[in-house]
Design a protein around this ligand. Structure first.
Ligand code: PSZ
Length: 511
């Protein structure tokens, strides 16, 4: 009943009262999120025929069909992380439809990896081109047998959005393998520098590397930050520190880990304390770099997320990143910015580090998720001096790059970065108001674009909010200790934001 009446309120606001400034009503709670005419106007929803709003038809989620499927799957696969089964046939735009027929507004988008939501018509349309169909079924080993159009494909996709100053790239399949190979590129670069331009290996190097010993396998290290997430493969995992469950029982490397700045929010009210956090963190970075050098494990690179995502949406200032870059330059360590989760537009720029005004490009930028393909951009000196050193079977997938080309075209055509900024403003304003109204439940609203988060009062309360939102038709994710994060697609518009805010208000007034 409650859901039905909420749907009705939503319908009124979006169809009857669209463009008007609402001053009250809304089932007990006041509706203060002003509806203004959208600046990005291409009809109501950017994806035609999207559902009108969320609709929950089962008394619990996962519903009975999802539960039954889960039992089937669990017979032969560990499936405890499965939340529900999805009807991808019926999911569209910002709405995920599950196998029980629940229509859910998706603000988590497959762990932040859908740039254009579900079944975007322009992506579907790619399959009408017979050339594309061949690309989808003939998957090449790109490092050795790329198709005729591969250079052109990369020019028309990844290189169109390459960060300024990074004109070289390597494609990979996922975020972890992008980081893993970027780490290798850093070590190769570092050792090549040490050899002083000599590109031939010594016999001793050739033999020792085969048995994991120096000098062929030097003991270099990579500096990462507390709370970081860079993937779960062995090298990446050594730099991941967000949750113990990721790391338990896996042997790892003793590499330096510096404390990431622990900011207070809102940023404008805590400038002094946050600057002090930057200072402490950067001082530790320098200390660790010196310490590890004297231990015989020189730091070849620094890896950092522009906004720590899995670790709890922890921000750091542009000055922090500028100074981090300076430290890297001074000590001879490369700077790798991991844009796997932030890249592709959710912060209102294609790359989050564009917000930082770095005096020059970082050395390597890794990507995946919304970029459809994994990979990294790098400076020329990060290309290994020999071939076949950064390589694997697929090295990505042309079909994903074809999709990315279309995604970039749609981002430009539909002004999706502007849409992200506009929707982000609506979300931030609404969340700040809710934070004032319910300070006992939520705090620390923060974000860039629609890459937004806020804290619950504690981990169990956060999970409760997520659970109740789901029953009101909203899929939202958690991260860190007690944080709720928004990771909508780039097609998430102000009217979707209003549905979310309204339902969050209901949840907060009920818990
Ligand atoms: O639990 C997990 O394994 C999750 S939940 C979210 C992610 C992984 N994100 C992946 C990720 C990332 O956010 C950053 C900043 N860097 C690297 C990765 C690894 O990417 P994948 O998962 O594609 O290997």
């Amino acid at each position: 009943m409650r859901v039905l009446s909420r749907n009705l309120v939503w319908h009124l606001k979006n169809h009857v009262l669209r463009g008007a400034v609402l001053a009250g009503g809304g089932g007990g709670g006041s509706v203060r999120w002003q509806q203004t005419a959208p600046r990005v106007a291409t009809g109501r929803s950017l994806v035609p025929n999207e559902p009108e709003g969320p609709k929950v038809v089962t008394s619990s989620i996962p519903g009975p069909v999802s539960q039954q499927k889960l039992q089937e799957l669990a017979q032969f696969q560990e499936s405890r992380a499965v939340q529900l089964f999805v009807d991808y046939e019926r999911s569209l735009g910002n709405y995920l439809v599950d196998v029980d027929g629940n229509t859910l507004l998706d603000i988590f988008t497959q762990i932040s990896s859908l740039p254009l939501g579900y079944s975007h018509p322009d992506l579907l349309n790619l399959l009408n081109d017979p050339m594309n169909i061949k690309a989808f079924i003939n998957r090449p080993a790109l490092g050795s047998f790329p198709g005729t159009d591969w250079p052109e494909r990369l020019q028309n996709s990844l290189l169109q959005v390459a960060p300024t100053g990074l004109q070289h790239l390597c494609t990979m399949a996922c975020g972890s393998c992008s980081n893993e190979n970027a780490y290798k590129a850093i070590y190769i670069w570092y050792r090549t520098k040490e050899r002083g331009g000599e590109i031939n290996f010594t016999q001793e190097e050739l033999e020792s590397c085969m048995i994991n010993q120096a000098p062929g396998c030097p003991s270099y290290s990579l500096l990462s930050f507390t709370g970081a997430f860079h993937g779960r493969t062995m090298g990446c995992l050594a730099t991941t520190h967000s949750k113990a469950i990721h790391k338990m029982d896996i042997p790892s490397m003793d590499w330096p880990i510096a404390q990431f700045p622990q900011y207070k929010y809102p940023l404008e009210e805590h400038v002094r304390e946050n600057q002090e956090e930057d200072r402490k963190s950067l001082e530790e970075v320098e200390d660790l770099i010196h310490k590890y050098k004297s231990m015989g494990k020189p730091v070849a690179g620094i890896v950092v997320e522009p906004i720590q995502s899995e670790g709890g949406d922890n921000h750091a200032s542009p000055e922090f990143f500028q100074k981090l870059q300076q430290i890297g330059k001074r000590t001879g360590a490369a700077l790798l910015i991991d844009e796997v989760q932030t890249g592709g537009g959710p912060t209102g720029k294609i790359w989050c580090h564009e917000h930082f005004d770095l005096p020059e490009a970082p050395d390597i930028v890794t990507f995946s998720k919304k970029m459809m393909t994994g990979g990294y951009f790098c400076k020329e000196e990060f290309r290994p001096p020999q071939g076949y050193r950064i390589y694997n079977t697929w090295m990505g997938d042309p079909s994903k790059v074809i999709m990315l080309e279309e995604v970039i075209r749609v981002i430009n055509r539909d002004h999706l970065l502007e849409n992200v900024m506009e929707t982000g403003e609506v979300l931030m304003k609404g969340l700040r108001e809710l934070q004032q109204q319910f300070p006992q439940h939520i705090s620390a609203v923060r974000g860039r674009g629609t890459f937004i988060a806020f804290n619950g009062s504690e981990s169990a309360k956060r999970d409760k909010i997520i659970g109740k939102l789901k029953m009101l038709g909203i899929i939202q994710g958690g991260c860190g200790e007690s944080t709720l994060r928004l990771r909508p697609a780039l097609i998430f518009q102000p009217h979707h934001a209003h549905i979310f805010l309204e339902r969050l208000e209901t949840v907060l007034s009920e818990i």
